[in-house]
Design a protein around this ligand. Structure first.
Ligand SMILES: C[S@@+](CC[C@H](N)C(=O)[O-])C[C@H]1O[C@@H](n2cnc3c(N)ncnc32)[C@H](O)[C@@H]1O
Length: 171
């Protein structure tokens, strides 16, 4: 669990891992929160039971910063896009944003938008060194060109805001 990495790094429990899920109780019976409690990790969590689009908009208005950000909520294109819109503004300079289920058609479209229209400010971030197989397996190497990668990441290398009249690059 990502939350435990804060403890593994010897950090104090300061609610530094913001987690957003409107359905944690209604659909999931709080199983994620219970697992965190059983692992004695609740103190590292800052759980918000709202849709990510609304909560991220609120955080962004508060000048909050995050790094890294992991997008794995609703997989509808409109939600993924809005999640990325706000995360891109919340991300610290050089921060990393990760997209789970990146082979889903909804998520893939958002990734293509970033690659084509935001390439000056967000560059692909290589995750191979974080994998047990260092990305050497044939399955992983084929997954890239076949658009079957589970997880994809970008690093923020420039401001998220663009000029309002920037050109649109079709994709
Ligand atoms: C594919 S699961 C991933 C959960 C978790 N990241 C994991 O790997 O176990 C997607 C999660 O997004 C939540 N979700 C659905 N719509 C959402 C929304 N609009 N905002 C935030 N979370 C949402 C679901 O309740 C579910 O828990």
């Amino acid at each position: 669990m990502v939350t435990s990495s804060h403890r593994d790094l010897g950090r104090n429990a300061l609610g530094q891992h913001v987690v957003i899920d409107p359905y944690q109780q209604a659909v999931w019976d709080n199983c994620g929160l219970v697992a965190a409690e059983r692992a004695d990790l609740s103190g590292y969590l800052d759980f918000r039971e709202r849709s990510s689009s609304r909560e991220l908009a609120k955080l962004s208005g508060e000048g909050f910063q995050v790094d890294p950000a992991y997008i794995d909520g609703s997989h509808l294109i409109e939600d993924v896009f809005v999640d990325f819109y706000f995360v891109s503004r919340l991300l610290s300079e050089r921060g990393i944003v990760l997209f789970d289920d990146s082979s889903s058609a909804h998520v893939w479209k958002v990734l293509r938008f970033i690659e084509t229209n935001l390439k000056a400010n967000f560059v692909p971030f290589d995750l191979r060194s974080y994998r047990a197989d260092a990305g050497r397996s044939l399955k992983y190497r084929l997954a890239g060109p076949l658009r079957r990668r589970q997880l994809q990441a970008f690093q923020k290398v420039g401001p998220a805001e663009r000029a309002w009249n920037s050109d649109f690059c079709n994709f």
